[in-house]
Write a protein that binds this ligand. Structure first.
Ligand code: 1ZZ
Length: 540
């Protein structure tokens, strides 16, 4: 039906059966908050009634149902929602800085905030230009005739992505973009009202937000949310919830599956029943066949089936999903890369090299109704870097590299992270994966980059403070990278855990790591290739 948005879908659910469960939030201490569709509509209407300006509203909440209410409040009022990360957990200064940048860039006219998080943000002085604050007030009389609903062309969300350099860019998404992508997710994931979902993904960014705060209302199925910190502290709680709640659909980036396997080592988990888990997606970072295999083997006795795996690829600029398909026997290429499936319905994907469509490897370009019209402000990035032209049609340039085999996408890397050595191209993440994959002394966090196109530097995080010979460790790392990828690492930097920069959604920031390394600010011990002797710039 033309003209419909997620706000209209919510009203339909309430009209059909408002008492059905829409959302649950599992607190770290086991308490569970719930919202039916009617409760969600009532509380979101209370928020919408307080939004007098139609300018963008910044959302500042901890993970939980108030954040969900605030998002739907904006939708009901036709106000673009701008989710931000709360400065609650570690790295608070970095998150405050990011907030200030998002505030300035978005020119938000309202701040919808949780009072406690707001006090954390302003504890050392309020950022400049803070707009009027609105908090959720459960005593606001509800206007049941509320009808200021948006249309598909209206801006629904501004999704800030930090990219590799830490300068947040606001991806503009209309209600029409959201509806188109949620329709595609429903097709690929076979979602229906029998679906049971759970998510610990950060709710402020595309996968957690569109995947598990918007798509469940679109599909009319309930979802249980928990915080990313809860998962990181206790990954097996995710599996326990899948078992107890008879979850059919949930997923994680590759590292989430690795983490579960590591924490499961030596534990008796025979009580877990994972047999109802029909769809276990894996996306947002390079997918390792080995991870999928090890996870499937470890949990086969619990009823987990490897066919449940669904590798997928996507990005915030395309709303969320671009390709995806269930795992089968023929889904890995000679380099161990995983088949991420065909492009979603009603979209077109081309591989482009040097401005020409190619059958080989090149940049992934996408076109279709889910694609954003661009960033909120001109971020200095020329239009031609974000969009390209094929036969007079505008395609999103993803900046990712890949190739198509029988119409299925294999992602090979990012164009900005191709490192050229002696005329041979190496993908940064292949070098990083080779370094950390089988080395128990290292965490699975590494950044490979070049300095002046000459020196190939590989920064890796140590698993813990250790008294191993760092020189020898660096020699082992170089040897492993050389034998797996053919790349010769000039300098290995052995870093303390947590010092390699990542985006708020967990992606390695290679260009920021390079800047910090060049400025002598990447904490660690530098081991030059020519000698096996550690040259300590900063003792570990
Ligand atoms: P973001 C109901 N990347 O990561 C739940 N996939 O967006 C639906 N690199 O803008 C869930 N291999 O943060 C559907 N397979 O980063 C989930 O991430 C569909 O470099 C997957 O440019 C959505 C992922 C969304 C996401 C985008 C960047 C990309 C690319 C990298 C994403 C990848 C992958 C390798 C993959």
């Amino acid at each position: 039906m033309p003209g419909r948005t997620l706000a209209h879908v919510l009203l339909d659910h309430v009209a059909a059966d408002g008492d059905r469960l829409a959302f649950e939030y599992l607190h770290d201490d086991g308490r569970v908050d719930t919202l039916t569709y009617r409760e969600l509509l009532d509380r979101a209407t209370q928020v919408a009634q307080q939004l007098h300006s139609t300018g963008p509203a910044l959302l500042l909440y901890p993970p939980g149902l108030d954040f969900v209410v605030a998002v739907y409040g904006c939708f009901l009022a036709g106000v673009p929602a701008v989710p931000t990360y709360p400065p609650l957990f570690g790295a608070a200064d970095r998150i405050k800085q990011r907030f200030a940048r998002v505030l300035a860039d978005s020119q938000a006219t309202t701040l919808l905030a949780d009072p406690f998080v707001l006090s954390m943000l302003t504890s050392s002085g309020a950022p400049e230009g803070l707009p009027p604050v609105v908090t959720i007030d459960p005593d606001t009389p509800i206007d049941r005739e509320w009808s200021r609903l948006p249309s598909p062309e209206d801006l629904a969300l501004v999704q800030y992505t930090s990219g590799s350099t830490n300068q947040p860019k606001g991806v503009m998404l209309t209600h029409g973009n959201l509806m188109a992508n949620m329709r595609a997710i429903s097709d690929v994931f076979k979602l229906d009202t029998d679906t049971r979902a759970i998510s610990w993904l950060p709710p402020y960014h595309d996968m957690g937000l569109i995947g598990f705060i918007l798509t469940p209302v679109h599909g009319g199925f309930p979802v249980r949310l928990m915080s990313p910190i809860h998962f990181l502290k206790n990954p097996l709680e995710w599996l326990r919830q899948i078992s107890e709640q008879r979850v059919t659909h949930t997923g994680a980036p590759n590292f989430g599956y690795d983490l579960c396997v590591r924490r499961a080592a030596g534990k008796d988990l025979s009580e877990l029943d994972l047999s109802r888990w029909r769809l276990a997606f894996n996306g947002a970072e390079p997918i390792r066949m080995r991870t999928l295999k090890v996870f499937a083997d470890r949990f086969a006795a619990n009823g987990f089936r490897s066919e449940a795996f669904l590798p997928c690829y996507g990005l915030a600029e395309a709303t969320l999903i671009v390709t995806g398909r269930h795992l089968d026997d023929d889904c890995v290429d000679a380099d161990g890369r995983v088949d991420c499936g065909p492009v979603i319905d009603r979209h077109d994907l081309k591989i482009v090299d040097d401005g020409e469509v190619t059958d080989g490897e090149g940049e992934i370009w996408v076109r279709g109704p889910s694609i954003s019209r661009g960033y909120l402000n001109d971020t200095g990035q020329p239009e031609s870097e974000l969009f390209g032209d094929i036969d007079g049609r505008r395609y999103l340039r993803t900046g990712d590299l890949g190739y198509l085999r029988d119409g299925h996408l294999f992602v090979t890397g990012r164009s900005k992270d191709v490192l050229i050595q002696n005329g041979v191209n190496h993908h940064a993440h292949d070098i990083e994966a080779a370094a950390v994959l089988d080395n128990p002394l290292l965490r699975p966090t590494a950044a490979a980059f070049t300095i002046d196109d000459e020196e190939l530097v590989l920064a890796v995080e140590l698993a813990k403070r250790t008294d191993v010979d760092l020189g020898e460790l660096a020699v082992d790392v170089r040897a492993e990278v050389l034998s797996s990828t053919g790349a010769r690492v000039d300098t290995v930097v052995l870093c303390l855990p947590g010092t390699i920069p990542r985006t708020t959604s967990g992606k390695i920031q290679r260009s920021l790591a390079r800047t910090r390394y060049a400025a002598g600010e990447l904490g660690g011990t530098v081991v030059a290739a020519s000698s096996a002797t550690a040259v300590a710039t900063e003792p570990l």
